[in-house]
Design a protein around this ligand. Sequence first.
Ligand code: SF4
Length: 369
Amino acid sequence: MSVPVPLVFNAPRRGMPPTHLADLDEEGRREAVKELGLPAFRADQLARQYYARLEADAEKMTDLPAAVREKVGSALFPTLLTPVKHVACDDGTTRKTLWKANDGTLLESVLMRYPDRATLCISSQAGCGMACPFCATGQAGLTRNLSTAEIVDQVRAAAAAMRDGEVAGGEGRLSNVVFMGMGEPLANYKRVVAAVRRITSPAPEGLGLSQRSVTVSTVGLAPAIRKLADEGLSVTLAVSLHTPDDELRDTLVPVNNRWTVAEVLDAAKYYADQTGRRVSIEYALIRDINDQGWRADLLGKKLHKALGSRVHVNLIPLNPTPGSKWDASPKDVEREFVRRVIAQGVSCTVRDTRGQEIAAACGQLAAEN
Ligand code: SF4
């Protein structure tokens, strides 16, 4: 479906940034180029500049006639995100960026380089309306949805940073994207799915990452999980469960009042059935809140019953928010939790937590600003 492009005056859409090339599909790009009075082949040329050369500044697109660069720039390449600051840690292999959108909205992404891959954690919303009490982003509420292009441009910028050797370890390639930054991706469904398509389509239609290297997380919007299962994508689904019982989950993840643990696991099973993909279960381990042995047993039992071997539990040692009463569980409690989940026949590992000292839990950097 093509998106109408306000070309002459690329005014911000109500509450949203101005239209950008990355908001448009192939047909939309063709129409946009036509409206600008340019020959049709420019549509592919602009896409190649953006998706293959990772160039977002029309003035630097030297295969465009100099006379049209300004017009193309203001119509299709408005500056969407400006870096406010980069903060590095883990010997420079983790880099968190605080971005300012053109309406002043703040958002974050985190690039993490490992020996065998480079993963970017991106935001899908500015702020978040899900109100999880242990999360920095949840405290501030939802500012607004990000546009498709604002989501895609976080990835383009990171791919360029890797290519140009800006992250310790020299030149490299961005290989993975996880939607685990600010926001609930499935609450911004249409734009997130469009962004996934742009991120995973081969150039010049997109940035060419493999669908299997993209993870979409959710707190459990069950109908949206089912819808995603029917999109024909093979991205990994990560469900932030955080506890296997409704009583505690109603408080920890307030959206549980709408869709219970059973409904969420049912939708996750549908996702695994439709896509053949193993589902990730995210579990932030919080001291004395959800780290009891009986909860590990119950988690393992429920997951094994719903998903068999098509599930993996990622335990996340809580990255405490400054001034918060929530804290990470002690290591021996964490080890025992893993042991008990595995004893139920479910694979379980503790996630390597990057960026602790740069406030890399979602929303912490934006909260400080
Ligand atoms: S944990 Fe995720 S879903 Fe919950 S408030 Fe934070 S960003 Fe939103």
